[in-house]
Design a protein. Structure first.
Length: 144
């Protein structure tokens, strides 16, 4: 850790613990390495356009300050071919495996991790206050 990161040690330790679980579940060799980490401060109206995190393995966000209506994280389904066959359904709602995007409400203290190649966006902050979050990218040891 750098000389100015001791303030973030508790958070970084928790992120590493979560990554260890992900690496084990994904049968990944070696160890996770924190590539980078930064704070996001979105004022009212602020948002993040759709994007991915190249040169990373896992990315995520930890929410620090989240006023009501400050903008959901949206993860897009990468399986566009699933829309090619749409049979008649018995209900108006699609089964989860056909959802085109998943929305996560920002809640202070919540951490969400996802593959870095997954396209995602953050909706506009419709509150009258700032939204604060910390984003990060993890790599695999040997690829840093």
């Amino acid at each position: 850790m750098g000389r100015h990161t001791y303030e973030y040690k508790a958070l970084v330790d928790q992120l590493f613990q979560m990554q260890q679980e992900i690496f084990k579940e994904d049968c990944l060799a070696d160890q996770p390495v924190l590539g980078n980490m930064w704070a996001n401060i979105n004022p009212p109206g602020g948002f993040n356009r759709p994007h991915i995190h190249p040169n990373s393995l896992w990315s995520g966000v930890y929410y620090v300050k989240t006023p009501k209506d400050c903008g959901h994280l949206k993860l897009e389904d990468p399986k566009t071919r699933a829309e090619m066959v749409m049979p008649k359904r018995t209900q108006d709602q699609l089964p989860q495996y056909l959802w085109r995007e998943v929305h996560y409400e920002p809640i202070a203290g919540r951490c969400i991790m996802f593959p870095s190649w997954l396209n995602h966006t953050v909706d506009p902050n419709r509150s009258n206050d700032i939204r604060i979050s910390v984003s990060f990218n993890f790599l695999q040891k040997g690829f840093e």
